[in-house]
Design a binder for this molecule. Sequence first.
Ligand SMILES: NC(=O)c1ccc[n+]([C@@H]2O[C@H](COP(=O)([O-])OP(=O)(O)OC[C@H]3O[C@@H](n4cnc5c(N)ncnc54)[C@H](OP(=O)(O)O)[C@@H]3O)[C@@H](O)[C@H]2O)c1
Length: 256
Amino acid sequence: MSTALVTGATAGIGLAFCRELAERGHDLVLVARDRARLENVSDELSATYKVGAEILAADLSDRAQVQRVADRLADATRPVDLLVNNAGFGMSHSFLGGDLADEERMLDVLCRAVLVLSRAAALPMRARGHGAVVSSVAGFAPMGTYAAAKAWCTAFTEVLAAELVGSGVTATALCPGFTHTELHARADLDMSRLPDFLWLEADRLVRDCLDDVSAGKVVSVPGAQYKLLVAALQVLPRGLVRRASGTVASVRRRHG
Ligand SMILES: NC(=O)c1ccc[n+]([C@@H]2O[C@H](COP(=O)([O-])OP(=O)(O)OC[C@H]3O[C@@H](n4cnc5c(N)ncnc54)[C@H](OP(=O)(O)O)[C@@H]3O)[C@@H](O)[C@H]2O)c1
């Protein structure tokens, strides 16, 4: 039986990953900040799927706590075969309208933690000749520092995947569109105007993503509507994409 470590394991997409991976027989290491919620998820997974579900409470905006997770990934006596870099959060304010400390915290969780944990996981995976790293990202349109951080994450995953070619280890950037989770409410984002067809369900997108991981895909875009959108964003003139993103962001802030 193999082991998967999932960050942001207590809600939304991360919780859907944990349930799907447990159903497929993987033991789990669950990472998030809220210990009580981690314990509830651990109890649910071990009772429902009869798998091991270890808890590692850590705030990934804190360097020392990221290092504890990295040390767990590097522990040769308890190998981790799949790392899901999923923890994240959104923000409702613009870059210039917000607090710099919040922006730095966002980069620490969405970028620095992904960088440190991916290296800690990929080195022993490469030595063993198998394993996979997945990062949950969204960042094709320039909307806020969130999108900029996520664009870094996609580029980083592509670099990692290229470095791992032939090693038996894969890296996949999961690029979901809007998904029903706690993220938008936590960030105080008003999503009431988003049309229904743009919403994804976490369970389905996780299954699609894991199929893409098995197929060794580097970029996984779940949902036909988003495959089309991403293809369009890549061929449309960048100036047009920037103008459209700016309009959407300002409308969202006015109503948010
Ligand atoms: N929902 C969407 O529409 C959407 C679209 C594209 C990409 N994504 C990405 O998907 C990922 C998961 O988002 P979600 O929508 O599932 O969000 P969510 O429902 O709000 O869940 C976020 C998870 O991350 C954990 N977390 C947040 N901050 C953390 C920190 N500093 N350290 C450790 N854990 C932390 C939370 O637990 P604690 O609060 O207990 O720490 C929770 O388990 C994120 O990277 C997000 O950017 C989401």
